[in-house]
Design a binder for this molecule. Structure first.
Ligand code: PRP
Ligand code: URA
Length: 209
């Protein structure tokens, strides 16, 4: 798929194996979501444009490049996206942060938006959306639409696990958005959970069940 980047790395597979395991507890689960989020952000920044800069090392003047961190905004989709925030913010510490609150209705599986707060001047920033799970793609597409309605032109979507159905849904409605994922799983079950997946990301991050 053109708009999808899957991290293909033995270290990621190793970390995912621990993350998926139902025996893994809240502390380790949270740490792994944060860490994989950091690796996803690193990959997603591969096309970053640097601004020309001249610095002076202890030895000489040196022409190099620097990132204008102000031009980036991380937006976690609540709740589970919050788990990835510490990891990505360690990569671009001066990026701005917004929040989009969404939950999936248990019967219809459609997302319900309950909160939207984004940094000032968001229309001129590159937005990096965070959510560990891309299942049907409903939450991702609705979040992207809310941002596009605010004038945002460049959006990337970072998730830990993506279902093929969710990737298709995003590619169909938002082909301009690249999805970065640690792994593309097999399918969605009758409750629209990703299989093999890792269960309910929000509940495992926050220990709510
Ligand atoms: C989960 C997940 C995504 C959404 C994915 O959130 O974190 O936001 O479901 O499903 P979709 O691709 O089918 O829309 P959930 O609704 O469980 O809320 P939570 O983060 O508060 O647990
Ligand atoms: N949300 C989750 O947390 N897990 C899934 O498998 C699907 C949606």
């Amino acid at each position: 798929m053109k708009n999808v980047v899957e991290l293909n790395h033995p270290l990621i597979e190793h970390k995912l194996a621990i993350l998926r395991d139902k025996k893994t507890g809240t502390k380790e689960f949270r740490e792994l979501i944060k860490e994989i989020g950091m690796f996803l952000c690193y990959e997603a920044m591969k096309d970053a444009k640097l601004e020309k800069a001249t610095i002076t090392t202890p030895l000489e003047k040196y022409k190099t490049g620097k990132l204008d961190e102000d031009k980036y905004a991380f937006i976690p989709i609540l709740r589970a996206g919050m788990g990835m925030l510490d990891g990505v913010i360690s990569v671009i510490p001066n990026a701005k942060i917004g929040h989009i609150g969404m939950y999936r209705d248990e019967k219809t599986f459609k997302p319900v938006n309950y909160f939207f707060k984004v940094p000032k001047g968001i229309e001129n920033k590159e937005v990096i959306l965070l959510d560990p799970m891309l299942a049907t793609g409903g939450s991702a597409n609705d979040a992207i639409e809310l941002l596009k309605n605010k004038g945002v032109k460049k959006i990337k979507f970072l998730c830990i696990i993506a279902a093929p159905e969710g990737l298709d849904a995003v590619a169909k409605l938002n082909p301009d958005v690249t999805v970065y994922c640690a792994h593309i799983d097999d399918y969605l079950n009758e409750n629209k959970y990703i299989v093999p997946g890792l269960g309910d990301a929000g509940d495992r991050i926050f220990g709510t069940k």
